[in-house]
Structures are given as C-alpha cells and as structure tokens.
Design a protein around this ligand. Structure first.
Ligand code: AMP
Length: 258
C-alpha cells in the first residue's frame, strides 16, 4: 500500500507573526518558514505505518511556490520515499483548490491512505482533509490521536478526542486521516539524511497538468493585529477576588476578559 501525505510550508511556529503595514496579509519575507507542525505528525505517522510493514511507500506532496521544495526536502530527510511539488506560483491557494489538487494526485498515485494535518497554523482553516474526503467520497477520520491499520481487512481504526472523551472509528481503506497533536512525536531529520535528501529528485507538476483550475471565491479584505491584552492586576485577598469576579468579570464580555 502507498500513503500520500500532504505537507504545507508555513511560518515557523516559534516566529512572532507581524502584519504587513498595508494590512494585506502577514509578513513572510525574511521570516523562517518550516513544515506545518500537524503535517510533521502526519508524515511521522505514515513513516511508522511503513516501518510496521503495513505500507510500502510514503509520498509527500505540497502545493505552493518554488520555495516549497525546501519543505519536501525536509520530508525526504525525515524518511519519505518520494516527493511531488505542485507548483502553483506565488498566489495563495485556498483549501478547496488544495483539496481538488490532492484529489487529482490521488487519481494518479492511487494511495490506500491520504494523511493530512488537522489544520495549517497559518490560515487555521481546518478544511482541506474534510474537503478532499468529500470530493473523493472516501471515509474520513479527523483529529486522529491513535491510528491502527489492519492490512488483512483493509481497515484503519482511528481514535479521536471529542468533547465527551474518545471516539473510535473504523474506516474502510482507502481513507483520509487528519492528525491531532497527541498522535505521535515527529522524528528529527539526521544530518546524513538531510545531505542525502539534497540529491533526491522532486517531481514537479502544475495545477494545469492536473486539470485543476485555481480560483477563489474569497477575498481577504484586511488583516489586523489582535487587540492588545490589558495589563493584569495582583489581588491581595480572596474576598477582593470574589468581589472582582462578581462585580467586574460578570459584567464584561467573558471572551474579552480571558
Ligand atoms: P487547512 O485546511 O488549510 O487548515 O490545512 C489542513 C491540512 O491540509 C494541512 O495540515 C496539510 O496537511 C494540508 N494542506 C493544506 N494546504 C496545503 C498545501 N498548500 N500543500 C500541501 N498540503 C496542504
């Protein structure tokens, strides 16, 4: 079985994001970019499934501009067998377009499993996995915190954290899985593997070659910084705390007071 893993290049999670002066988006020039943390978890899970013998090949795929090849090099250094770069140019590609591209790649690659992160930390959309599962009419296990594959029965058992506890789903393969934070701890790429990954070939395709038109019905009107948090106060006694909770916190908007 083959596993396709979608990995996205995003601003590194440790970078303090700055809004552009013209409010058209966030600053990405001269900013450290990395693989989206949930995509690292998705790739790690695919590698573990391959190492357990339940899959033969892990293919990493990304959609975006030329610089996204760096993210694929990281995926190859972590252990992916192959990488596909869908060069979509510099314009942002929204989840529905990514989902259509992934559907087209699934039709070419015929994987048994498509694994994505549950969300990309740049747009926080949390949509692509659900959309591609809908387009493919494949079963989906989103926010997976545990995945067990039964190769014989061609079934994936996915445990997901829901409000009331844990939900367990059985998915007939092929299926789509999106990964939550607690699924695993991704490995680091070793220096020798980073060096080896530099010489591996990354297959390049364009959305046109996959017969996908990239268009968007959404327009970003403005991006602004969140409001500054008010300074906290130190409370000297429990009575004072109770008084503040009764008279100040209750009367203001709970969300703003968090
Ligand atoms: P989102 O729906 O944008 O929050 O993204 C959820 C997941 O979809 C990510 O963690 C990736 O696995 C995948 N994804 C989204 N955008 C891309 C992209 N441009 N290239 C590759 N994978 C993507």
């Amino acid at each position: 079985m083959k596993i396709l893993v979608a990995v996205k290049r995003v601003i590194d999670y440790a970078v303090k994001v700055r809004v552009k002066p013209n409010k058209s988006g966030v600053e990405t020039s001269n900013v450290k970019m990395s693989m989206n943390p949930f995509c690292e978890i998705a790739l790690e899970e695919a590698l573990r499934i391959r190492e357990s013998g339940a899959a033969k090949e892990v293919v990493a795929v990304t959609v975006g501009p030329a610089q996204c090849a760096d993210t694929l090099r990281t995926a190859l250094a972590m252990g992916a067998d192959r990488a596909v770069h869908v060069d979509a140019g510099a314009a942002p590609v929204l989840p529905l377009s990514v989902a259509k591209i992934l559907r087209a790649l699934v039709q070419v690659e015929q994987p048994g499993l498509l694994i994505l992160g549950k969300q990309a930390i740049d747009d926080d959309c949390n949509q692509t996995g659900q959309m591609v599962a809908g387009l493919l009419k494949w079963p989906q296990g989103t926010f997976a915190s545990k995945v067990v594959l039964d190769k014989e029965k061609q079934v994936a058992t996915v445990e997901r954290e829901v409000d009331g506890g844990l939900e367990t789903l059985c998915l007939d393969l092929p299926a789509v899985i999106t990964t939550d934070l607690r699924l695993n701890q991704p490995r680091y790429a070793t220096l020798p593997n980073i060096m080896k990954a530099k010489s591996k070939v990354i297959k390049k395709v364009t959305p046109e070659e996959l017969n996908v038109e990239i268009k968007s019905d959404l327009e970003v009107v403005q991006v602004t910084e969140p409001p500054k948090r008010k300074a906290g106060v130190i409370i000297s006694s429990v009575d004072e705390l109770i008084d503040k909770l009764k008279n100040e916190v209750v009367s203001c908007n709970i969300l703003n007071c968090k």
